[in-house]
Design a protein around this ligand. Structure first.
Ligand SMILES: [Zn+2]
Length: 299
């Protein structure tokens, strides 16, 4: 593994922040010498890997500082302002468009769990306060990993009522605290785009899943039409919160590199949606077979 390079950058909006250099998270290439992607902003340079084509920001926050200098609240406010400055009318139109999209039926992770996973322990990566694991079907026991101490505490209280638990740690470290094959399923909702080390996390998820277990993933789709229309005003860009910009092809490549089989439902990767979904399966054990429709109303 390469030495971790820590350095300071002076961001226009966030001030001086400590960051770690990132090689391509998919193939490991150092793209420092390559030209920046057109969507780079401020000090947050986006690279299209010269070797495998993966799109990513080539530096990321030091986890120890994450909830000091680069908290979600701080960067969200900065991001809102960046978009407002960019073009007020376009910004308003984008917000309205998203409001309209919310009127459409949305895929529900719990229903996808029912369709694809066998009952058992379920781990939610970056689980926040655990609220997203409410209303699991009986038979599924909620677990989580969460880096924020306050949120992890809330999640732990919530999960422990159903026999589960939440570990307060960065995801990779948190996953390492569980034994092999402990979970029947994992959920990664709007999480993997934030992760500094997405491939090691997927490999660790593979390890903690039982043979035949599944990971259900939701990430922004960099290949969507809205990104092509909206350019750097696309809602999937968050500097520097979103470090990884997946397309259906690159997510599949990374998941397969971690050992998984990958299944996309008919509607999981539509270019008309800002987000996409994937079912990752450990194929070394019995699991629910793919169906054209999962029966949950989500396909
Ligand atoms: Zn690469």
């Amino acid at each position: 593994m390469n030495d971790v390079k820590i350095f300071e950058v002076k961001s226009k909006n966030l001030g001086t922040v400590q960051v770690l250099h990132r090689d391509c998270p998919l193939c490991g290439r150092d793209n420092s010498g390559e030209i920046d992607n057109e969507y780079s902003y401020d000090v947050w340079t986006i690279k299209d890997c010269a070797s495998c084509g993966f799109t990513y920001i080539d530096k990321g926050p030091d986890y120890a500082k994450l909830f000091e200098e680069l908290s979600w609240e701080t960067t969200t406010k900065v991001e809102e302002q960046r978009r407002a400055d960019l073009r007020p009318m376009g910004y308003k139109a984008s917000k309205l468009t998203r409001m309209r999209m919310h009127l459409l039926p949305r895929k529900q992770m719990n229903l996808m769990l029912d369709a694809w996973a066998k009952p058992g322990n379920v781990i939610d990566a970056g689980c926040g306060d655990g609220g997203q694991m409410n209303n699991l079907t009986p038979g599924f026991v909620p677990f989580g990993v969460e880096v924020s101490t306050d949120l992890a505490k809330s999640a732990h209280e919530r999960f422990s009522q159903s026999g589960g638990a939440c570990v307060n740690a960065p995801t990779l470290a948190g996953l390492r605290s569980f034994p092999d094959g402990y979970f029947s399923a994992a959920t990664l909702r709007s999480y993997l785009e934030h992760e500094m080390n997405p491939l090691p996390v997927l490999r660790e998820i593979y390890r903690v899943l039982q043979p035949g277990g599944v990971a259900i993933i939701k990430v922004p789709n960099y290949g969507c039409w809205n990104r092509m229309v909206m350019g750097n005003k696309w809602c999937g860009f968050r500097y520097p919160d979103h470090l990884n910009y997946f397309t259906p092809k690159s997510l599949k490549k990374m998941a397969m590199k971690a050992g998984f089989g990958v299944h996309y439902g008919i509607t999981y990767t539509l270019p008309t949606s800002d987000n996409m979904y994937a079912i990752l399966r450990r194929e070394d054990g019995p699991s629910k077979l793919p169906r054209a429709k999962c029966g949950s109303g989500c396909c």
